[in-house]
Design a protein around this ligand. Structure first.
Ligand code: AMP
Ligand code: MG
Length: 320
């Protein structure tokens, strides 16, 4: 189908208060008009998402930010100007144009301009922003292809806007502000190093001590998880020798290994490219999970740049 007819179709469903799937550069989203309470309620029920977990609002341009958020710290303005469209979500005080049912009654809104040509075109044809959490049942691995979306939500959605595979393949980085200073609430596709180049040192608050209440539910320790028991280790050979599991799926970063217990192995990137590893991570985790082995195992990344965001997801996916 031609692009313009895809957009017309998507708009038709959204205008009729329906939930559809949309592509972004990070992961696929389950999208609805922020002004359709009915469709927003459907998003929560389709995802089985707790009503306390607010949604990210997707807008068409940086200019729109000032309609939906207020009292912006200067560093928020700089970040939006520098990285939008892109994988950065800002948490800011909301204006009355954002309904409370989008933000789980918080007085802040999480907002971004996604960097995907189809979705940007769709947004510019709509009279409202889109609320769009990731297109996966709560706590499961996010979808980075239409195939994943269809597998999770077969027969549930009237329309999936096919924008190909997501180029980043990891969720957006979420940044909030305390006393005007940026704080990272969720590590993601935009690295801390990139953020610090424009606004200086930032704090990271994406992990929690047991008693703390999450600033952002993406901070919950268990998240993005496969069904198969998943281990992330320092030394894979040591793990293979000591585990009692009989069938093992190994996810390598770049190189294959030989071991009698390995039933199947996947590589994240044959040439060791970090962007490629990040964009393949969920795809491969989902494939590994489908093999229904006793365990899936991989190793930690060096904790910097995208490796830090990937480690964050590995930690949550393997949390017990
Ligand atoms: P998802 O779209 O499924 O990746 O999830 C969106 C993430 O954004 C969740 O972790 C939300 O908790 C977070 N989020 C959305 N709105 C807010 C907000 N007002 N304050 C803090 N975090 C938010
Ligand atoms: Mg999600």
């Amino acid at each position: 189908m031609e692009i313009s007819s895809l957009i017309i179709k998507a708009k038709k469903w959204l205008d009729q208060n329906e939930v559809i799937a949309i592509p972004t550069e990070t992961v696929y989203g389950l999208a609805a008009s922020i002004y359709s309470k009915k469709a927003i309620e459907s998003i929560y029920s389709i995802k089985n998402r707790p009503s306390t977990n607010p949604l990210i609002v997707h807008i068409k341009s940086e200019r729109e930010l000032y309609k939906y958020a207020q009292n912006l710290p200067i560093k928020a303005k700089i970040l939006a100007k520098t990285f939008w469209p892109g994988p950065l979500t800002l948490v800011l005080p909301k204006t009355d144009l954002i309904p409370n049912y989008i933000t789980a009654n918080n007085d802040t809104v999480a907002i971004r301009v996604p960097n995907h040509s189809l979705t940007l075109e769709l947004l510019s044809d709509l009279e409202y922003p889109l609320a769009a959490p990731s297109a996966n049942p709560s706590n499961r691995i996010s979808s980075t292809t239409t195939k994943h979306v269809e597998k999770y939500f077969k027969g549930v959605l009237p329309f999936v806007l096919d924008g190909g595979d997501c180029s980043k393949g990891l969720e957006s980085t979420i940044v909030g502000f305390e006393n005007g200073e940026p704080i990272i609430y969720r590590l993601g596709a935009l690295t801390i190093e990139h953020i610090e180049l424009v606004v200086g040192k930032v704090q990271v608050k994406s992990t929690l001590k047991d008693s703390e209440i999450p600033m952002s539910p993406g901070m919950f320790n268990k998240h993005y998880a496969p069904k198969t028991p998943f281990y992330v280790v320092d030394e894979v050979m040591e793990f293979l020798e000591t585990t009692t599991a009989k069938t093992i799926v190994y996810i390598g970063h770049q190189l294959n290994i030989e071991h009698r217990k390995i039933k199947h192995q996947f590589l994240l990137s044959e040439n060791g490219n970090m962007e490629e590893m990040a964009s393949n991570l969920y795809k491969i985790l989902l494939k590994a999970d489908a093999l229904e082995s006793d365990v899936i195992v991989t190793t930690w990344f060096e904790n910097k740049n995208l490796g830090m965001s990937i480690n964050d997801r590995l930690k949550r996916a393997s949390a017990k």
